[in-house]
Write a protein that binds this ligand. Structure first.
Ligand SMILES: Cc1cc2nc3c(=O)[nH]c(=O)nc-3n(C[C@H](O)[C@H](O)[C@H](O)COP(=O)(O)O)c2cc1C
Length: 393
């Protein structure tokens, strides 16, 4: 089982990541993980925090001489901003009166954040005790673990990509063949240059108004073997596992596999992907379309996996919404703390990580193995069995 945990507060000393289930022999480096962390930090509409943090995950276990050992991989991701929060986020009780204004209790609840349910549920009288962990800083830990999952999938020929498909009311019309290098260069991670300009303008307009704006992302994984996940039990279905993984990302409010809601408005002939006669033994079960996003019956079907998600606008706004004070229940303006304007471009990178972690788990469940070479042997043996039954078996 490939699984991971993160620990850490937004302005604490840093994030700790533990990942388990990666077979031995996978080449991995801090530079490779750092490349993915840097991609999460880019993006038009990000706030000042990104200028402070230049993320670097330090590997502290599970890797030796550039390759995984099969043991749990431990990583530390320092928060550079910690230097400014040492008193406010100290582990030990404070001695004497607080020196830093940051240590003051936060009582102005932000609508749309975890503030209100969090303080009620955990019995706090300081919103900081909740906002520190509910902050999307935690997603840096997911991207660090996700980088290792992406590397594992790449080792077996898969490619994980992402792009922004809308910001506010602006929708991209990406070309059929996406230039992925151009997407990496695009400040809004958009494959449609005209829409990208309009998206940037939409972010500028929201910023100008002291407001925030949401968006949607698409994750595509190419070369996924047929048969990951299973139809046999509800909790093995790959589409449901991907949906949970993406829905768990902060601010995500909708997830679809392929076109999602659109299928409810269409006829069967417009939705299903016709299976073509097998002409090439090495590439059986081809289709001319991938309208369903690469899953059927809770299993990958050999076509690229395509998942989309929609994220709401960031709840922390320069022009705060009216809210209430936690102490008095009286009307106040909600708390503002340095914040992004639009998180769609970095959320794409987090989405890649969550999809990769889900697929890596399903891949290892299907093919197993304690070393990369054993897993490869198992995969290759399986691939030999997937042709038409009376010809190739
Ligand atoms: C990459 C990323 C960055 C985010 N940045 C911020 C931010 O700067 N300020 C903020 O209030 N919310 C931000 N959010 C959203 C909040 O973390 C999220 O709305 C909050 O945790 C409440 O969870 P919910 O929206 O899922 O209910 C960000 C989300 C993501 C994915």
């Amino acid at each position: 089982m490939v699984r991971f945990f993160t620990a850490g507060e937004s302005h604490g000393q840093g994030l700790v990541i533990i990942m388990e289930g990666v077979p031995a022999g996978l080449p991995i480096s801090e530079d490779y993980i750092g490349g993915h962390l840097a991609r999460r930090q880019k993006g038009y509409g990000r706030g000042g925090r990104m200028l402070i943090e230049q993320d670097r995950a330090k590997i502290i276990s599970g890797v030796r001489h550039g390759h995984t050992l099969g043991s749990p991989i431990g990583m530390n991701l320092e928060n550079k901003d910690w230097a400014n929060w040492k008193e406010a986020m100290a582990v030990d009780p404070l001695e004497g009166p607080p020196q830093s204004p940051r240590t003051q209790r936060v009582t102005r609840i932000r609508p749309g954040h975890a503030d209100l349910p969090g303080v009620m549920k955990y019995g706090f009288d300081d919103v900081r005790n909740v906002l520190e962990r509910s902050s999307a800083r935690e997603t840096a830990g997911r991207v660090a673990a996700g980088a290792i999952a992406i590397k594992l999938l790449e080792e077996f020929g898969m490619r994980v990509r992402s792009h922004v498909i809308s910001i506010g009311p602006v929708h991209a019309e990406p070309p059929e063949k996406i230039d992925w290098e151009a997407v990496e260069e695009s400040p809004v991670r958009c494959a449609d240059p005209d829409a990208a300009l309009k998206m940037a303008a939409e972010i500028d307009a929201a910023k100008e108004a002291g407001d925030t704006v949401g968006g949607a992302c698409e994750i595509i994984v190419e070369n996924v073997p047929i048969g990951l996940g299973s139809h046999v039990s509800w909790d093995k279905k790959i589409d449901s596992l991907v949906a949970q993984a993406l829905m768990s990302i902060n601010a995500v409010k909708a997830v679809s596999i392929g076109p999602g809601w659109e299928v409810a408005e269409q006829r069967g002939s417009q939705v299903h992907d016709v299976i073509l006669p097998v002409t090439d033994p090495d590439r059986p079960w081809q289709r001319n379309t991938n309208r369903l996003g690469g899953t059927e019956g809770g299993m990958t079907n050999g076509m690229p996996l395509v998942a989309r998600f929609g994220i709401k606008p960031i709840p922390t706004m320069v022009t705060p919404l009216p809210s209430v004070d936690l102490d008095t229940g009286e009307e106040v303006l909600s708390h503002f703390e340095r914040s992004d304007v639009c998180q769609a471009p970095p959320a794409c990178v987090v989405g890649e990580a969550m999809v990769a972690l889900t697929l890596a788990d399903a891949f290892m469940e299907k093919f197993g193995g304690d070393s990369i070479s054993e897993t490869r042997y198992n995969l290759e043996g399986y691939i030999k069995t997937v042709g038409p039954r009376k010809i190739y078996q």
